[in-house]
Design a protein around this ligand. Structure first.
Ligand code: NAP
Ligand code: HSE
Length: 426
């Protein structure tokens, strides 16, 4: 690679702005690390007149993707715009043109990662995407590098910072005796202002963003193709202040978790859902805009990563790390794909888990009808409480088969009309 590495940056929003800042602030360090200088030649945006947090010389800005991609002098294209299209086509075009690509786009990598990685290999260029999962955490590099000699059995992560931030703010409101629902709205707005949230924040709160990241993580941890649709997904929109209050009473934390694990029968199960975790879980302390990943493997036993999972600088740190890797090793083709096995995935219904169930009924009579069938399943009842909207009863269930328990609850809900909040325990 030449002494000067020339870049096209597609997108100058939160992440693109962070990357431009870091490239400027750490220019001398990057040169010391690689023996090369980095020169930005094009910055693709939608709107040339938009005010930007980072000063960009107007001559670099363009709305024409071809200008950014077809420049023969450009060595590396950084796709930091987001969304499936046109991002995916632009990555494809850049690889076809023989350029290395770095992307922070988990949607593209979850949906079309296989095809794009193959294309990069055919063209003899690098496609790196560390920033696509858990922002600044070097988890993808660790899985492909230092930890690659382990059989990974489980990956548990808080991989969406927006929801972790929102849950933390709801928790604070509950502690202060304020409405958690108001805190939810305010926290989501703040996460958008701070650049943590996706362009469409429903991707965060409905669990899609975590689902994409789970597909990428599981694929690298287990070297198995994990179709997106095989990953169970549940977001945080149905959680309330009462759930967070109960988490505290039970001495647990409530987090949106990404869990992928190899089952004893060899199948892989991957899922995203709110989960109650005990205080001694390494992810308990992961709060606010932080992400965390906790791994188990047959060599290292267990390990956890904890750091900024979103935001301009944290994410830029991962992108610039990928850039340094390309500058140092433009030809190195790491595992990244060829031995991917199709493998079998197991649906959630096959798992056995413990559950928290919060029942709210208009009166004690309806509760009585539910107590016996739940008792038969081994329920442990917490003291019931009268609230403004009825009587609340929390029960903790022993390990039960997910499919059978959910079917039983659906039948009970239909018979009694009682509202039930079900949260799984780790
Ligand atoms: P963002 O703030 O919305 O910025 C997107 C940038 O891309 C903007 O500069 C926008 O131009 C440009 N852009 C979007 N669509 C375009 C199009 N069709 N043509 C030309 N330019 C286009 O998004 P972001 O938060 O930086 O996220 C970028 C990517 O990084 C996404 O894939 C996201 O999931 C991922 N990511 C984000 C974070 C984070 O903390 N934000 C962390 C990790 C990964 P204008 O400015 O003119 O509108
Ligand atoms: N919206 C994402 C999050 C950005 O909140 O985690 C980082 O990928």
């Amino acid at each position: 690679m030449r002494k000067v590495v020339r870049l096209s940056i597609l997108g100058a929003g939160t992440v693109g702005g962070g990357v431009l800042t870091l490239l400027r602030e750490n220019a001398d360090l990057l040169e010391a690390q690689t023996g090369k200088r980095f020169e930005v030649r094009h910055v693709l945006v939608r709107d040339l007149s938009k005010p930007r947090a980072v000063a960009i010389p107007p001559k670099l800005l363009t709305t024409d993707p071809q200008r950014a991609l077809c420049d023969p002098k450009v060595d590396v294209v950084l796709e930091l715009m987001g969304g499936l299209e046109p991002a995916r086509s632009l990555i494809r075009d850049a690889l076809q043109a023989g350029k290395h690509v770095i992307t922070a786009n988990k949607l593209v990598m979850a949906v079309s990662g296989d095809e794009l990685i193959r294309l990069a290999q055919q063209r003899g260029v690098r496609l790196l995407y560390e920033a696509s999962v858990a922002g600044s955490l070097p988890i993808l590099n660790a899985l492909q590098g230092s930890l690659a000699g382990n059989r990974i059995s489980r990956v548990v992560g808080i991989v969406n910072s927006t929801t972790n931030f929102v849950l933390r703010e709801m928790e604070r409101a509950v502690d202060a005796g304020e409405p958690a629902e108001t805190a939810y709205d305010a926290a989501l707005r703040k996460a958008q202002e701070l650049g943590y949230a996706e362009a469409d924040p429903s991707s965060d709160v409905e669990g899609y963003d975590a689902q994409y990241k789970t597909a990428i993580l599981a694929r690298l941890a287990f070297l198995q193709y994990v179709p997106l649709e095989s990953i169970y997904r549940e977001g945080i929109t149905h959680l309330s202040g009462r759930d967070l209050l109960w988490a505290k009473r039970l001495n647990m934390g409530l987090k949106l978790l990404s869990i992928s694990e190899r089952l004893p029968d060899g199948r892989l199960c991957a899922r995203v859902h709110p989960t109650l975790i005990p205080r001694d879980c390494p992810l308990y302390v992961v709060r606010g805009a932080f992400s965390g990943v906790w791994l188990q493997g047959n060599g290292f036993q267990e390990m956890s990563f904890h750091g900024f999972g979103a935001g301009a600088r944290g994410t830029a740190s991962a992108v610039v790390g990928d850039l340094i890797e390309i500058a140092r090793h433009p030809r190195s083709l790491r595992i990244e794909d060829p031995s991917l096995r199709p493998g079998e995935t197991a649906p959630m219904e096959t798992l056995t888990m413990r559950y928290f169930v919060r029942l709210v009924t208009p009166d004690e009579n309806a509760l009585r009808a539910l107590r016996e069938p739940l008792q038969l399943l081994g329920a442990e009842f917490q003291p019931s409480e009268t609230l403004d909207n009825g009587v609340e009863q929390v029960v903790l269930m022993p390990p039960l088969n997910e499919g059978e328990f959910r079917a039983r609850l659906t039948a009970l809900r239909e018979q009694t009309g009682v509202a039930m909040q079900v949260i799984r325990l780790l």
